[in-house]
Design a protein around this ligand. Structure first.
Ligand SMILES: Nc1ncnc2c1ncn2[C@@H]1O[C@H](COP(=O)(O)OP(=O)(O)OP(=O)(O)O)[C@@H](O)[C@H]1O
Length: 475
């Protein structure tokens, strides 16, 4: 019975799940091992998946469902154990394709060490666009992967969509349009898709490029009249990753060529992922024929990371640098450096350098010293009183209502909204904030902060208002 449990489970899942999901995620998996425990009262089913992002995806999306189906069929509790398939095993016989570590691929092909994560942008932009077909590496930076991208509310939608595309390119969400402010991880995310696909399908034709490189290529090929080269390069890809498409503004010839490439790729079910600093309809001087196509698949935003995510990013990056950062220091830095991840990385670098040169351990005192200049600018600006005044002005209520006991929604709502930046943008603790809001309990503040943070994700009008407030407060 154990031998065909997985087989029967698959049949049931095939009937339950949408066909495309089943074909993409479950069908390609090799048969699972089933081990019954000693007294036969339960079983463990071990599923081996070819790579990390499939592992995460299956664990998050399907593990519960699979366990239930298998338990029902087996008539006893079944626990699902999902592990990575060993490389040797994956490379032989039927089942998933061999998995090559992106780092290895990159190093083997370039003959040198992989570039650093921070070099991604510059290196790509500086390199002239090759006229021939893209290298198998597709100019991907092997360090920018899903593994090194810290997940959080701010990038949840974009990351989920990107994972989906990496697992099943050319199917849903085509084109995928990712927009957001500077330094929020858009470039990182599209490289991650390329690297994941490359790990899964080493032969996939993938190309990453910055929009400016495309412009340069178009100009060069027009000058030389080598239009076939342009076509050969851009129309024969499986995945095109193109960064900062707002740079196409006012470049008519480029837009024309991009339109051609776009249509050719979509017709072949190749996937296109674009990034931009704004949503498609917000792009200026780009032909509507293009912007409407940009919007025809899925458009997702990446928001600035919230406090907890900033803390997680700092701690992860410090760990990667071999200098773990204590949590209280990470909170201190995250509260003071809020704009984007690139700034967080800058602050981290300063602290690590300061600690190394002074040979002192990393603590809040050292971080304060290392970030002295930055802090002095910010401390001048944001205090809870300032926030209360700004929010009260914005919603046209009296500042006194911020600490009053009044409860009508027209007052209680702005008060809750004000508690959110009070927590996110100042150094004050929850009890201190509660005190400043008319002696309220810290749980009231916590409730408000969570509520507004959650609503912000779903309610674009509120999100917009908060952006305006934050910009006003930052001066
Ligand atoms: N969630 C994250 N986890 C880990 N690192 C991140 C995350 N988001 C961004 N980064 C890092 O922050 C830096 C800036 O990110 P990236 O270059 O991808 O931003 P961007 O949105 O493309 O910005 P720009 O619009 O300026 O091109 C990179 O070093 C990237 O690896």
């Amino acid at each position: 019975m154990a031998a065909d449990l997985w087989q029967r489970g698959c049949e049931k899942l095939a009937a339950e799940l949408p066909e495309q999901q089943f074909n993409t995620w479950i069908r390609p998996l090799p048969a699972a091992d089933v081990i019954n425990d000693d007294d036969g009262g339960s079983a463990v089913v071990t599923l081996r998946v070819p790579n990390r992002f499939k592992l995460d995806w299956i664990r998050n999306q399907y593990a519960g469902r699979i366990e239930t189906v298998l338990s029902e069929l087996a008539g006893k509790p079944v626990r699902l154990d999902i592990t990575l398939a060993p490389r040797e095993a994956a490379s032989g016989g039927p089942g998933p394709r061999p998995v090559a570590a992106p780092q290895h691929i990159a190093q083997a092909l370039t003959g040198g060490p992989a570039p650093t994560a921070n070099a991604a942008h510059g290196a790509a932009a500086a390199r002239p666009a090759a006229a021939a077909s893209p290298s198998p590496r597709g100019r991907l930076n092997p360090l920018l992967t899903f593994d090194t991208l810290v997940p959080g509310r701010a990038n949840q939608m974009a990351r989920t969509a990107a994972l989906h595309v990496a697992g099943a390119p050319g199917q849903m969400y085509n084109p995928l349009f990712i927009y957001g402010g500077v330094g929020l991880g858009k470039t990182h995310l599209i490289h991650a898709v390329g690297n994941a696909l490359l790990a899964d399908k080493p032969d996939a034709r993938i190309l990453y490029l910055h929009a400016e490189q495309f412009i340069t290529d178009v100009v060069r090929n027009y000058q030389r009249k080598t239009f076939d080269e342009l076509k050969a390069k851009y129309h024969n890809l499986d995945l095109l990753l193109i960064d900062d498409v707002q740079f196409f503004a006012g470049k008519e010839r480029t837009q024309e060529e991009f339109f051609n490439a776009f249509e050719a790729l979509l017709a072949k079910k190749a996937h296109i992922i674009m990034t931009s600093d704004t949503y498609p309809k917000g792009l200026v001087d780009i032909d509507e024929r293009l912007t409407s196509r940009f919007d025809a698949g899925l458009t997702v935003a990446i928001e600035p990371p919230e406090l907890e995510m900033r803390v997680a990013i700092l701690m992860r990056k410090a760990e990667q640098e071999g200098s773990p950062m204590p949590e209280d220091v990470a909170f201190f830095v995250a509260k003071n450096v809020r704009a984007n991840v690139r700034e967080l990385e800058g602050a981290l670098r300063k602290i690590l350098a300061y600690s190394r040169f002074s040979q002192k351990e990393i603590n809040i005192g050292l971080a304060r010293e290392a970030l002295k200049d930055l802090l002095s600018i910010q401390n001048r600006q944001i205090g809870v009183e300032n926030i209360q005044k700004t929010v009260a002005d914005f919603y046209k209520i009296k500042v006194a209502d911020m600490y009053s006991k009044k409860r009508p929604a027209s007052i209680a709502r702005p008060r809750q909204i004000a508690m959110y930046p009070a927590k996110e943008m100042t150094q004050k603790s929850l009890p201190e904030i509660g005190e400043l809001f008319g002696g309220r309990d810290h749980t009231t503040v916590l409730h408000a902060v969570r509520k507004i943070a959650g609503e912000r994700q779903k309610n674009s009008e509120l999100n917009q208002q908060l952006h305006v407030l934050e910009q006003t407060l930052k001066g």
